[in-house]
Write a protein that binds this ligand. Structure first.
Ligand code: ADP
Length: 203
């Protein structure tokens, strides 16, 4: 049973690592970016609405995004846990997720943050643009996404740090090496938590 968030700047490799973590814990990796992209590809009403926002590197509105996640977390495969990739990205989304979890009577186990240098991630995204041709990997969109991340999303890490949930891992290096660091850090984090739980409170 594991409920996790994976955060970090665009290009840090969240999607790649999310799949490995999800497989390891046998939980679904839920990526709001993937959900939006699938809707764009299929040309659904939601896809038509978010296509331009995504291409510009902006954030899809909180109301739409929150609703997507709320509905996804009602599906049967989420009963034993989940990993959210790319959500929450704003304070309003943090608060929404809190209220959804309270309603379900569940809590987060950890918030994983992949650390990566801006120049390095921008270089990776330019490479991905050439290889995969994602609409939002144009140079302007890449810059816009980095800027949005710094302004709106990176401050959320402090919120989770205050809750003792933040687990930071260096995201640079070979994929498997980063994966190994992630499991090591998550294991250390849960060990710390169980130790804290076993220590009797001071009288
Ligand atoms: P990356 O990790 O490279 O930033 P994602 O696949 O996570 O890419 O997201 C791609 C785009 O989808 C974002 O730039 C944004 O437009 C939209 N998006 C994804 N998740 C959210 C979210 N939680 N809130 C608002 N917009 C989102």
């Amino acid at each position: 049973m594991m409920r996790l968030l994976i955060m970090g700047p665009p290009g840090a490799g969240k999607g790649t690592q999310a799949k490995k973590i999800a497989e390891h814990y046998a939980i679904p990796a839920i990526s709001t970016g993937d959900i939006f992209r699938a809707n764009v590809t299929e040309g659904t009403p939601l896809g038509l609405k978010v296509k331009q926002i995504m291409a510009d590197g902006g954030y899809v509105g909180d109301d739409i995004t929150n609703e997507i996640v709320t509905n996804r977390l009602l599906e049967d495969d989420t009963n034993d846990g989940w990993l959210l990739d790319g959500y929450p990205r704003t304070l309003q989304q943090v608060e929404h997720l809190d209220s959804v979890m309270t309603e379900h009577g569940v809590h987060l186990d950890a918030v994983l943050c992949l650390l990566a240098d801006v120049d390095e991630v921008v270089a990776r995204l330019h490479l991905r643009a050439v290889e995969e041709g994602r609409d939002d990997d144009s140079p302007d969109a890449i810059r816009a996404r980095q800027e949005k991340y710094l302004q709106e999303t990176s401050p959320l890490l402090e919120t989770y740090r205050e809750r003792d949930l933040l687990v930071e891992v260096d995201g640079l290096g070979p994929i498997d090496e980063v994966t190994r660091r992630i499991f090591e850090a998550l294991d250390a984090h849960s060990e710390q938590l169980s130790k804290a739980a076993a220590t009797p409170a001071a009288p």
